[in-house]
Design a protein around this ligand. Sequence first.
Ligand code: DHB
Length: 309
Amino acid sequence: MLETAFQDYTFQSPLMNASGVHCMTTEELNELANSKAGTFVTKSVTKQKRQGNPEPRYYETDFGSINSMGLPNLGFDYYLDYLKKHQKIASTPVFFSVASMNMQDNIETLKRLEDSEFRGFTELNLSCPNVPGKPQVAYDFETTEKILTEVFSFFTKPLGVKLPPYFDLVHFDQMATILNKFPLAFVNSINSVGNGLIVDTEKEQVVIKPKEGFGGIGGQYIKPTALANVRAFYLRLNPSIQIIGTGGITSGQDAFEHLLCGASMLQIGTQLYKEGTSVFSRVLSELEAIMDAKGYSRIEQFRGNLKTF
Ligand code: DHB
């Protein structure tokens, strides 16, 4: 019922983790592999191992989360080794998230991935908001186009981009025009809403240490923005570029809404952090119940079919 066609593959379900959550170590990745998620993505990987920002760097409330992790990860070789082993035993591909510390690192990492045996999807992260002094790349449209031009001059494996949220219809038009020039496999909308601030009223203090408390907001706070970005890109991108919907998915209803807006795959971040990998089976059974009640037996019967007045 929940099978999902994604490029040349079929996943058992549309759910997966959002990069950054539950995907740093071999143990966590194995738990994802053994969960009801249809596939999974690694933590965003930099050339070298990184410690990330000082703690506390993650905090959650009833409505979502704030984080400023600062790209802690175990380095390119660790994840490539893991994925090479995993693909020998797995029947469906997984996603390798590559982060953007600077243009040159990105290109070098992607060249190594191109030359490797890795056969899955690459998610190029153009939207990390948490490295002090480094702006979110995809808010600079000219740089985004330059990076993609360079990447597609040598990269031949399926690749998509993880975008930050946009808030202006003209920005959707401009970014979609750029993205449509490239043979992207997918666009993932959205990364966290960058540089929000959560205040602890009792302590009269910020809740995370890096960047004076500023950090990426996730969870229920961001669902309307996520849905808008999924919908806006679904309506503007070449149909060959599939959408991954990320942002505010805590229930089957949230998943249904993302699919109705046009998402193919769905990523869960904050709620996975809160609930662990059992979130996938719960959200899938809630989604199935909604589909049953509406008389749908396949996602294709409603994907993208959001009505307007
Ligand atoms: C981090 C956060 C992000 O939102 C992202 O896209 C990549 C990395 C982080 O702080 O580690």
